[in-house]
Design a protein around this ligand. Sequence first.
Ligand SMILES: [Zn+2]
Length: 252
Amino acid sequence: MTRPRTENYYTARGFSIYYIANAVFNVASTPSNYIRGIEELLGDMRTLTLMRPFAKYTNLHNFIYDISIEILTEEIGQEDGELHFIRQFLSVFNVDHSRKSLEDEEEFWHFVSESDRFYEAIEELADEVFHILFNDVGFLQKFNRLCADYVRLSGFGEEHRTKLGALKRVRIPMWARRAIFHRDKGECRACKRSLTSLINNFETERYDHIVPLARFGTNDVTNLQLLCERCNLEKSSTELPVSPLYLRAIRP
Ligand SMILES: [Zn+2]
């Protein structure tokens, strides 16, 4: 049996994960406070990345990954940097490092360039943060509105767009449908009707774009939710207030 490296394994690991989750949540919820940072994360050529249809490394993965690097390295090389967060991350995510590697910026980036584990560990961290945020559809709506703003304003990506500038509708791949069906526990997000009897009867229409394509929403799995046919028809290209609640795994 592998023993955790610290007795407070979940506290320490959870600290890194929830710290980043909070930061990502805040950036997507109050983008006006982070305009320059967001421009770097989503602007220009990166908007092209947002437009790719259904990449398994989703728009949200990229967003979390970039914010994680930003946060983890912000204290490096600062005079009064306590380096508490980066130390905790390196230790909990098993990234071998020496004391010297955190001494200054040059040492740090040298260490990173030689480390096989550093970026892999950030990917692991980002994936765990994704797991938390992917379940919060209220958050996903905010995040996808932000992405939609960049799609709307960007001059890139003609090949992905309709004449009106919105992204073209594409077939939703099976892996994405499965992910949404299981996340939403086979229930319509709006009326809670169970769709489990239809499990072998997938229909594209039921996988609804939270931010509609007509409003520059993206073809990303994070922009989908499960709706029944009736709710989906009523919604058409408007935006419903989504249920922000985590769905119960077990019904009383
Ligand atoms: Zn419904």
